[in-house]
Write a protein that binds this ligand. Sequence first.
Ligand code: BT5
Length: 280
Amino acid sequence: MTAPYADLSRPPLSAAALSAALAPDGFWRRVDVVPSTGSTNADLAVRALGGEPEGALLLAEHQTGGRGRLDRRWVSPPRAGLTLSMLLRPAAVPTERRGWLPLLVGLALAETVTRIGKIPAYLKWPNDLLLGAERGKAAGVLAQVVGDAVVVGVGMNVTTRADELPTGEATSLVIAGSSCTDRGPLVRALARGVAGWYGALREAAGDARSCGLWAAYLRYCETIGQQLTVTRPGQDPLAGRAIGVDDGGRLLLRVGAGQHTMLASGDITHLRPVERTQRR
Ligand code: BT5
């Protein structure tokens, strides 16, 4: 008999099981798992352009052209992690507040890893998920606006071994000591978390403060209070201290005496070692 998959520590995901588990919650209308594709974000973007309603969740066991921000790549061995995208149509969230959409997905990731994996998780603004004393990157989020839809993609390393990680700054749930490396419960918790926070943000017409999203995000975000540098394509690097996140999900930065600026995007580097205390 031919084994359906070679690596017993990396069982496949079941779309039927995920659909059955998520359907009663109401939001996730359609769940698909494909064995391989270029990019789940690209695939859902095509479906969004075709008019598909929100509530679609697309997972790939392997991506051959996984995308990061700014044309960078997301690479992961087959079934070693989560590579998934979600289709949202945030009509009830004013455009200027939609910066909270990728942030809430980062928050749902941090909550999932804390609750299901039982390890501390940290967010680097806007939404890198960091784990461990070295604050390795275990997950990233890529949001793309497609007409009036937003496709939000997540890549998270789950059983990825050190020799499989693309950079020395990366880590995975198994390396960080997660008590769960079964992708099914992780997907379910993440999808429920996203649906919950997204529903709350919609009901609050995009007001992240009144629905509790802002406070919850700040509990995990280690960027606030840090001295940091920001790099953005085609612009000089910026140095400053992060002092908050605004109503649009932008990072508020103090760049000099009495001088402030808001960042909607950019790559940041924390300059001061983080205090190794758990704030939760
Ligand atoms: C991100 O970009 O972190 C967003 C990644 C989003 C990937 C998901 S997978 C499902 C969906 N479909 C897609 O096509 N994409 C989304 P960024 O902040 O630009 O980080 C990219 C950088 O992270 C790369 O340049 C590498 O240095 C690093 N990187 C790549 N793969 C990684 C991995 N598996 N773990 C940790 N770091 C990684």
